[in-house]
Design a protein around this ligand. Structure first.
Ligand code: PHE
Length: 365
């Protein structure tokens, strides 16, 4: 029950208005809830009228009047909610439902394909003892280049079409960049582990480069593997790549490494995975051609290039405080979007679609 107002100095008309709302509240609540709500809170509602009295109430009594108004309002709301429940009950009891009509499936959302790919990459590597980490996506030049054996003005830097952030440079770590690759995590991970191997890192993060076309977006994702321990060799790298190829693309997928150059690995490789359409042969059956075969249109050569890898350069280990006479390691890194578009059954010829926000595109996954 709302508190008593008799201590307040209300005019006679004000008292009538108050009496009106109290008597309306005392009536049983029935009929449609919205009609009832209108009787109180509509333009001419009895609560609306009583709330308008506030301007007449003397300032010293406004607080008490305000509290009373709140109590009244809560009580009306409670009664309206009860009424609503009653009428809802009546509706389901009396409404006629045809249970044979096919239902309408509720729309169910799902992860964005890139998030999904990140999840599966994480799971595949966690299974064999890698730890998923994330490092800054806006980082110092030191981590993105210099500690990776790319001194200032080194021409190899040109390959990473870097965005620089206009902010004061650090005297030790240089300029600030939007990370053009996830390799900035290599020395950061060595530092996190206080330069004490074993290291088994999988770093997945956003990267940025000044490139935009059907196979590049200015923002994209990479995943970077780093393993450092005693006696790590190229065989461990190759075994890890084969394991990933089969886990991500399905049994029978092979990996291939070809000589390449990166400043931060020696030797360095480009990594290819066999094409699932032609099984790595580069040819598919074609009844119309003379030879009974034609070139595979998906890969053209039997293989898809996905990214880079190599044995960690001694200078990089040194930058991370690790003795390269005792420890060796391998690293690999490539694009999440690119890796994902090569999955069997997907036909994505423009990776910009991932970031188009186009529902028709996203619904297919
Ligand atoms: N960071 C390289 C790139 O973006 C890939 C790479 C990672 C190569 C690790 C070797 C070792 O192209």
């Amino acid at each position: 029950m709302p508190s008593d107002l008799s201590a307040l100095t209300l005019s006679a008309t004000a008292q009538t208005t108050v009496a009106a709302v109290l008597s309306a509240m005392a009536q049983p609540f029935s009929g449609p809830t919205e009609t009832k709500r209108g009787e109180f809170f509509g333009k001419k509602g009895s609560f609306t009228a009583v709330a308008a009295l506030m301007s007449e109430v003397v300032p010293a009594e406004r607080k008490a009047f305000g509290q009373w108004l709140n109590q009244v309002k809560t009580e009306i709301e409670t009664k309206l909610a009860d009424l609503d429940q009653q009428t809802a009950g009546q509706k389901t009891e009396s409404a006629w439902i045809d249970w044979t009509i096919p239902g309408i499936l509720p729309a169910v959302g799902h992860l964005h394909p890139v998030s999904h790919a990140i999840e599966s990459v994480t799971r595949i590597f966690e299974k064999v003892g890698f730890t998923r980490v994330r490092y800054p996506e806006v980082d110092w030049d030191w981590y993105a280049f210099e500690s990776l054996n790319m001194p200032k003005n080194h021409p190899a830097r040109d390959e990473w079409e870097t965005f620089f952030v206009e902010t004061p440079a650090s005297s030790k770590k240089g300029k600030v960049v939007l990370t053009p690759h996830t390799s900035n995590g290599q020395v950061r991970e060595m530092e996190r582990l206080k330069s004490k191997p074993p290291i088994r890192m999988i770093n997945i993060a956003r990267c940025y480069r000044r490139q935009q076309d059907a196979t590049h977006t200015q923002m994209f994702h990479q995943f970077e593997g780093l393993v450092v321990d005693k006696g790590i060799t190229i065989q461990h790298l190759k075994g890890t790549l084969d394991y990933f190829a089969e886990s991500f693309y399905g049994p029978g997928t092979k990996s291939r490494i070809r000589p390449f150059h990166f400043q931060f690995t020696e030797p360095s490789f480009e990594v290819d995975f066999s094409c699932h359409v032609c099984g790595g042969t580069g040819q598919v059956a074609d009844s119309e051609s003379d030879t009974g075969k034609r070139k595979c249109r998906f890969c053209k050569s039997g293989w898809h290039e996905v990214g880079g890898a190599g044995m960690v350069h001694p200078n990089v280990l040194k930058a991370g405080g690790i003795d390269s006479e005792v420890y060796t390691g391998f690293a690999f890194g490539w694009g999440v979007e690119r890796t994902y578009t090569l999955k069997p059954g997907l036909q994505i010829d423009d990776i910009r679609l991932f970031y188009s926000g186009e529902p028709a595109f996203l619904r297919q996954f």
